[in-house]
Ligand binder design. Sequence first.
Ligand code: 26W
Length: 808
Amino acid sequence: MYTIKTFQQLLTDKLAKHQGTTVEEASDKDLYYAVASIVKEEMNENWLKTRQKYKEQDERQVYYISMEFLIGRLMESNLLNCGMLDVCTDTLKSLGRDPEAVYNQEHDAALGNGGLGRLAACFLDSIASLRYAGHGSGIRYRYGLFEQRIIHGNQVELPDYWLKEDYPWETRKPEEALKVQFGGEVHTHRRFDGSLEFSYNDVDIVRAVPYDVQVAGYDNDVVNTLRLWSAELPPEDSSILADSESKYYHHLDHMHSIEQISGFLYPDDSHYEGKELRIKQQYFLVSATLQNIIREYKERHRAPLHKLHEKIVIQINDTHPSLAVPELMRILMDDEGFSWEEAWEVTTQTIAYTNHTTLSEALEKWPVDMIKNLLPRVFMIIYEINERFCKGIWFDHPELRDRIPEVAVIAHDQVHMAHLAIVGSFSVNGVAKLHTEILKNKEMKPFYDLFPEKFNNKTNGITHRRWLLQVNPKLSDVITEAIGPQWIKQPSKLIGLMRYSNDQPFLDKISSVKQHNKLVLAQLIKERTGITVNENSIFDVQIKRLHEYKRQLLNIFHVIYLYNELKDNPALDLTPRTFIFAAKAAPSYHMAKEVIKLIHHVASVVNNDKDIGDKLKVIFLENYNVSLAEKIIPAAELSEQISTASKEASGTGNMKMMMNGAITVGTLDGANIEIRDLVGDPNIFIFGLNSEEVLDYYAHGGYNAKGIYHTDERVRKIMDQLNGGEFGSQEIEFKDIFYHILYNNDPYFVLKDFDPYIETHELIERSYRNQKAWQKMSVANIAYSGKFSSDRTIHEYASDIWKLKPLK
Ligand code: 26W
């Protein structure tokens, strides 16, 4: 392994050879590229070896298809997994350079919206670290998730052109490009043997070019691949000689529309929109991935494709890649000569589906005409899948006949992607216990009645390597000092920390690490916002996408309530608080943007009120992304997980903050329930309606938001302040929020949960005053967080769904 001396030498050579510069002259960017090139070379050899081993051992492999991989920066995680993080950091320091400034040169790769995309990235890390043969497959969007700026409290979106500088972690593989077909007309011919043949007229051909990103396992020499597809004009089309201006422009237009397919990531994860470009992206990803899988299978095996499912399993991340079902059918039948029955057998034993949301407005349904025009052959297959499925129910389950419209793949001129995914796969999983139960007993009940064996739960997880070891080195050291380093490979060992929950010197270390991390965050806040926060205040953190169901509004109502209390009674003995928010709203999500604006306006009133001083501060950090999360999470003391019960499928930020010693204040929703089951009620603050109560209100009514407005003075005051423009100016009022809550009857139960939320925060306040008790709670949370490592999750996927054995 490297020493500072040998690493220095390497770096010097790299700088000289590649950039023609010296350590002294080099910019941070030069150093960044030089280090990246060292790491990439280090991984290359193992990359090759890993592929060879997979070939030799010929075990089952998984392909994880996802429209999103929110990988963030890769420099530190690659260095860490290759065992070079410390030596690299020390070397840079020894050269008088700031390692963080060098690492920060990397543009945060935001090829995802939030939870679902970050989960995919954590899974890749765990798959490689556990030595599984797993490949990620996604899209190389030229523009990632928009960059958020706040102007006068309003979110504005800037394009995220993350590829404007060389991306050192990718390798373009043009020789492995494939073709994906869109549009055209299908003609059916009958062959002599009676089988059908399909030919096409006037199709548009798109070239799918893979860019491979290495995924290094932790300290195990495994390097897997994340393959990202880019859409290009096929070379034979680009040599067209235009003999007129209009032809030339038409040609450019055509090229542009093809390149658009991998042009940008759709930034909306709340409301499904039937945009044609989006379905093009989905089919592009799925078709390229499946052709690639079949090609690799043929290279590796002499066995016929009838055994595909014995060697390959495909996990689809939500319904976004659910065209994998008809596309695999198409390839097997049209290209490989399978009968329908044979193709169906293989397809439904190969594909497994993960559901990430039960919000009806996010469920994908595509207009039949759109799919028919864009993917005529695929549509024929979907049509046939639907026919056979519905007929099957009619004849085999007469008791379910009147539920056919509810479960049909095609109904009311729409293709229901979740239904397609369930019917076409052998496994359907939710992402936390409660979520899976809601799928089985409510959202997807008729399917559960039909195929109970398909349904299973896989509670989410996060990679503790990035989210603890990498982002919180000081805490990691304290942990290792106490229980040894085994937790790094076996995170369940963190439970050993419970032995120290009465050990005052240990508790002191934990709390001084937190204090240090708070100071670092306070500095960042100062740099980015100009606001000085009290580093002895409670750091109360809510960081996640902005959604009504996540209820940032409830949090800001609490802030307003405290502000009002302090104004009424300046002598109130209150432990100072810093409320930290970060959140992006989907560009078209009006209510979410109103909440961002409200947070800013409340912040400017509270932060500038001399009576309040540093008792309350409200901080909104703009442009929330993976790198910002890495800076906030180690400093969090309170983790706000306050979704309307039943709405948050799992949550993963809750796990990240718990692992870094924050205490959760939350509803009984998603994985919060499993966190509580582990740490026990004394180590978590649970409040509010539970999912049964919420679902019962939705089903039977009985909730009256106006009633609360009229009876609870605190609520009425806050609402009237919004309506009266007290947190704005004459032009800026928050009437939309006011009317939405009162006249749409507060669909997310903000007012209903207000009182228990306030009461719980009062309890939190009292608990925080007993620092020793708080530290013990913090340790319990870290100790029990091992279960939420994505290593555990991936073990479960590998043993229950994928049936994979680790590489020897
Ligand atoms: C229609 C476009 C669209 C795009 C993305 C709809 C929905 C999505 C995702 C399903 C949203 C998402 O990220 N869901 C989150 O997935 C996480 C990982 O499983 C869970 O932890 C979160 O609770 C869930 O909201």
